[in-house]
Design a protein around this ligand. Structure first.
Ligand SMILES: O=C(O)CCC(=O)C(=O)O
Ligand SMILES: [Fe+2]
Length: 319
């Protein structure tokens, strides 16, 4: 039998030569606006009990394959984890332009977003420098237009437990914060080419319960239309849903706007994904970090406020 080297194996980084977020000191990196602390030890031990229950397979409709943990995060940890992540992660309110009928239209992303991770063509060195995954030399300045950054320890820990449960591996962590019922995500599928065929996407919800609608994509011209019922999974704090198999290719999902009620308490959604190519890095940073200002949760005002760098603290030399 010939020893076939898969593309994945080729890019597989050598564990010991890579950036490992410290669990002792706050995670820091030149592309973080501020250091991000690690989860408190008590919370880490509570999270050790995840998943709280067995996942329920939802595959009773054509090309739908979900694994639903309701909840995944133990009750005692849900609130603290939500508050910790809301308080300690940098968020963005991304604007971008799209062409509609030949005209540039400005789009305001209707929620706070953030992203961490890198595609497998590059790795972070132990001190946070971006290296080519194969040659191990620093990547040319023009490889990325964006400024990639590694997962901080708090998100890397969640990635590890979610990987253990879902049996898939992830190299990106996207974070959404829905501050209230006006914040939303429109119907879409996460089916970009850089994710490869039938990507597995693990989605963890914390905070306010929000409706998560799913509906089958319309048949393409020439394609036979398939009967499928749209449905709603009202995702509560601590719930984990794994979308896998043909789900992204054939179904759309959304979190619609809502009036008042629980939505106003805020909701965090974290998705873990595996991008296979450089285009994934570019796309994720463009749409989840962008070029605008940074926001950080203000406990006193109970809202996200533009973050202003402390002029007394020199630019972080640690990575
Ligand atoms: O907030 C959610 O539950 C869904 C988020 C989502 O679909 C996405 O980030 O692609
Ligand atoms: Fe999505």
């Amino acid at each position: 039998m010939s020893k076939k080297r898969t593309l994945d194996g080729f890019f597989k980084p050598i564990q010991s030569k890579q950036y490992q977020p410290s669990t002792q000191t706050p995670s820091d990196h030149r592309n973080y606006p501020f250091p991000i602390p690690h989860l408190p030890p008590a919370l880490i031990s509570e999270l050790g009990f995840a998943p709280t229950a067995e996942g329920k397979v939802i595959n009773d409709q054509p090309d739908l394959d979900l694994l639903y943990f309701q909840p995944y995060i133990p009750k005692e940890a849900q609130r603290e984890l939500f508050r910790f992540l809301r308080a300690n992660l940098p968020f963005y309110r991304v604007q971008y332009t799209i062409k509609r009928a030949g005209v540039d239209v400005l789009v305001n992303t209707p929620r706070y977003t953030s992203v961490f991770g890198i595609d497998p063509t590059s790795i972070f060195s132990p001190d946070g420098e971006l290296l080519d995954a194969v040659s191990r030399v620093p990547v040319p300045k023009d490889r990325y237009m964006c400024r990639p950054r590694p997962l901080p320890a708090c998100l890397d820990f969640l990635r590890t437990i979610v990987e253990g449960t879902t049996k898939h591996t992830y190299n990106f962590c996207l974070v959404n914060y829905y501050a209230g019922g006006e914040d939303s995500i429109a119907f879409h599928s996460d089916d970009e080419r850089f994710l490869g065929k039938d990507p597995a996407i693990a989605s963890l919800s914390l905070g306010a319960r929000r409706d998560f609608f799913m509906k089958r994509k319309a048949a393409l011209p020439g394609e036979e239309s398939v009967e499928a019922e749209p449905f709603n999974l009202p995702l509560g704090s601590g719930d984990l849903i794994l979308m896998r198999g043909p789900t992204q290719a054939k179904w759309l999902h959304s979190v619609p706007k809502r009036k008042g009620g629980e939505s106003e308490k805020g909701r965090i959604n974290i998705t873990f994904r595996r991008a296979m190519a450089k285009g994934g890095t570019e796309n994720y940073y463009q749409y989840n970090v962008g070029t605008g200002r940074v926001y950080r949760w203000n406990e006193e005002d109970q809202k996200m406020v533009p973050w202003i760098a402390d002029p007394m603290s020199s630019p972080s030399s640690a990575t």
